[in-house]
Ligand binder design. Structure first.
Ligand SMILES: Nc1ncnc2c1ncn2[C@@H]1O[C@H](COP(=O)(O)OP(=O)(O)OP(=O)(O)O)[C@@H](O)[C@H]1O
Ligand SMILES: [Mg+2]
Length: 406
């Protein structure tokens, strides 16, 4: 078997030597390169495409967080493990959101290190299988079951409005369309659905997966928190370290269970690519790419489009413009750059949105007559998901009949 290839990025030469020594006797792990700063880590990763990068945080030129962010974008098949010293908790959170897969606090044993490398490389291997279009087509047909629709909001650019949209859309579907709706907060390190909807979520997804490894419908139901709109919410962990308790297997089981019971399962995600976000996309009926009018966001979205294309998910993807204003790129420019038509446009409305977030009441409930509220209904309508399945099938059939009746 080919050994797991590892690049060590740390500015202190003796630390690099220590790490190499720790890994020397592990036959299935091979150190293939060393970098003394973030910039070197990026260029060597691009060149060597190692399975795993061990990344220090404090490094000259580009630090470990910046390097992690760039590598996650440019070489998504490489997994990053952050190695840090005690007391860098805030940095660790940032590193995980930048795309790191695991972290180890120095000093660590040879065993801890080798096991982390094996674990991360194994889950990366699975993720790389997802990235192969032919294989994903097979697994998606087995994964997509039964009745409800899974709708996922996604964008690797943070602060764009994903959570605002997910909460308001879930509430509008429950209130205005009288649907059975579950809202799942899969922004596991920094989820804020519970805060936005002002619910008391003592029990979260992290507590749920600790109850039993194989989830069942009864357990999931017990952890859903009801909102006064009727939406039932599965909250994100209360602290970022608990995020790692939730794995791809849990997410697959959870979504399958919810899809069987709910008309709609709305999923909010973290602004990163990792195993979890890929498995959510795999299960989703609609992937809503949320964008704004900044050029930097479009760069992120282009990358997302490439990934969705590689995974064969383009037909599920829709592009939603959030916080539309007179500033920034024009809609025509955006559509031309991305090569898609926008499915819905949500206007910028600082006052309504901020007020609603601060009060913990979704604006579709507290201010239903604002433009931003009607845009949520337009979004729902434009997704063509509220009609019964038979109706949609019927529409497809009648379209075909019309075509052939000429
Ligand atoms: N339509 C809007 N008009 C004005 N402000 C908005 C609008 N939508 C969202 N915002 C503001 O943008 C900020 C980020 O929104 P939100 O938390 O929904 O984004 P996000 O994409 O979920 O962020 P993160 O990636 O951090 O999870 C919030 O402070 C919110 O007030
Ligand atoms: Mg969010």
């Amino acid at each position: 078997m080919t050994p797991i290839s590892v690049l060590v990025a740390d500015d202190i030469a003796t630390t690099r030597e220590d790490i190499k020594r720790l890994l020397y006797f592990e036959e299935d792990i091979k150190v293939v390169g060393e970098a003394a700063d973030g910039e070197e880590a990026i260029s060597l990763t691009n060149e060597l495409k190692p399975d795993v990068v061990l990344m220090d945080i404090n490094m000259p030129r580009i630090d470990g967080i910046g390097a992690t962010e760039q590598i996650s974008e440019s070489v998504p098949q490489t997994a990053i493990i952050i190695i840090s010293i005690q007391g860098e908790q805030e940095y660790l959170r940032k590193a995980m959101s930048a795309g790191a897969r695991e972290y180890l606090v120095k000093p660590f044993s040879a065993n801890d290190l080798a096991n982390a490398i094996r674990r991360v490389s194994e889950s990366q291997r699975r993720r790389n299988i997802y990235l192969s279009p032919s294989l994903s087509a097979v697994s998606s047909s087995t994964m997509r079951v039964k009745r409800g629709k899974i709708i996922t909001f996604f964008c690797t650019k943070g602060g764009i409005g994903k959570t605002t949209l997910a909460c308001n859309m879930a509430v509008a579907l429950a209130q205005d369309y009288k649907k059975k709706v579950a809202l799942v907060d899969l922004d596991l390190t920094a989820g804020d659905v519970a805060v936005m909807l002002n619910i008391n979520a003592k029990n979260t997804i992290a507590d749920m997966v600790q109850e039993q490894e194989n989830l069942d419908s009864q357990l999931v139901e017990a952890f859903l928190v009801p909102h006064l709109s009727g939406v039932r919410i599965l909250a994100a962990p209360l602290s970022p370290e608990q995020a790692e308790l939730v794995n791809v297997g849990h997410i697959e089981q959870l979504l399958k269970i919810l899809k069987e019971k709910y008309d709609y399962v709305i999923v909010d995600t973290a602004p990163i690519y990792n195993d979890n976000s890929l498995s959510v996309m795999e299960a989703s009926d609609r992937i809503l790419l949320v964008i704004n009018q900044d050029l930097t966001t479009l760069k992120h979205v282009k990358k997302a489009q490439e990934i969705l294309e590689a995974l064969n998910y383009v037909s599920r993807a829709k592009t939603i413009l959030s916080q539309q204003s007179s500033e920034g790129l024009k809609i025509k420019q955006i559509e031309k750059t991305l090569g898609v038509s926008l499915t819905a446009v949500i206007p910028e409305d600082f006052k309504t949105v901020k007020n609603s977030i601060n009060k913990g009441v979704p604006f579709v409930m507290s201010q239903p007559h604002t433009k931003v509220s009607s845009s949520i209904n337009n979004l729902i309508e434009s997704l063509d998901i509220t009609k019964p399945e038979e109706y949609q099938e019927e529409r497809k059939k009648s379209f075909v009949t019309r075509m052939f009746s000429f």
